[in-house]
Design a protein around this ligand. Structure first.
Ligand SMILES: C[S@@+](CC[C@H](N)C(=O)[O-])C[C@H]1O[C@@H](n2cnc3c(N)ncnc32)[C@H](O)[C@@H]1O
Length: 246
């Protein structure tokens, strides 16, 4: 499957030099990545895919946290993948973490890794950079194994921070082609409904970041019973959770 050449060259241009100091600088403001890794709860011997894996930082931390699992990373930027490859080699994890260049909006992991679906799929500070990001989320739900979980962390809406902070942050982020998505919660809710899955959507750090988790195991559990009423409950629950978090 092809990648969008203009997105790939924009990301290569953005990260060509930054990739050398990316991990050192981003740890000071890409908050919530370890929260996501802790909440992956990957099953023993499971498979985990990161879309937009960048320098491989999350894959390495997750591989240490879940030593029985296999990890896969896709990124559109060949520059970022060069750094990821070197970092993974340095961490002595090349046998457990596999990388490929691809576009999250349309990647076919079977073509890249020989695997069709994954127990866990996640995005970290990537949905705010992907265009069109809704397609990437939709594609990711198709890559979930039965009972799998899709999670993401990204910039939030800064709802409990001073207004000037939001303005300054968004101005600064736009220099790096980053756009926090104001309707992310709604899009995730629609996806949860479409997949009869349960959604948790949480603002983190006063809204600086947000964390979302779409759990399709909920659906699997309920499907074992006579279904109709339970499915409606599942969908209502996902709306209730969203109202609570908001
Ligand atoms: C801010 S970095 C985040 C990297 C990593 N996930 C992290 O948390 O450190 C965003 C990454 O998304 C990648 N990216 C942007 N658009 C993409 C797309 N359409 N498909 C795959 N990766 C993409 C960029 O190349 C970059 O490596």
């Amino acid at each position: 499957m092809t990648i969008d050449k203009s997105s790939a060259s924009l990301m290569d241009k953005t990260y060509k030099n930054q990739r050398h100091f990316y991990d050192l600088t981003r740890k000071h403001y890409l908050f919530g990545r370890d929260h996501l890794i802790r909440n992956l709860s990957a099953p023993r011997g499971g498979t985990v895919l990161e879309l937009g894996c960048g320098t491989g930082r999350n894959l390495i931390e997750a591989a240490k946290a879940y030593p029985s699992c296999k990890f896969f990373g896709v990124d559109i930027s060949s520059q970022m993948l060069r750094t990821a490859e070197a970092n993974i080699h340095k961490a002595d994890l090349s046998h457990r973490i596999h990388l490929a260049q691809g576009d999250a909006t349309r990647v076919d992991p079977f073509e890249k890794f020989g695997i069709e679906t994954f127990d866990r799929v996640f995005f970290s500070y990537c949905v705010s950079m992907i265009s069109p990001w809704e397609d990437a989320l939709k594609n990711a739900t198709k890559l979930l194994a039965k009972g799998g979980q899709l999670s993401l962390v990204d910039f939030g809406q800064q709802e409990r921070l001073p207004g000037f902070f939001k303005l300054l942050l968004e101005k600064w982020l736009s220099r790096f082609h980053v756009t926090p998505r104001p309707n992310l919660q709604q899009v995730m809710s629609d996806l949860a409904q479409a997949n009869s899955a349960k959604l948790r959507f949480l603002p983190l750090y006063r809204g600086y970041a947000c964390y979302a988790e779409l759990d399709s195991s909920f659906y699997t559990r309920f499907m074992e019973k006579p279904a109709h009423h339970d499915l409606l409950e599942t969908q209502n629950e996902s709306h209730r959770e969203i109202r609570k978090a908001g």
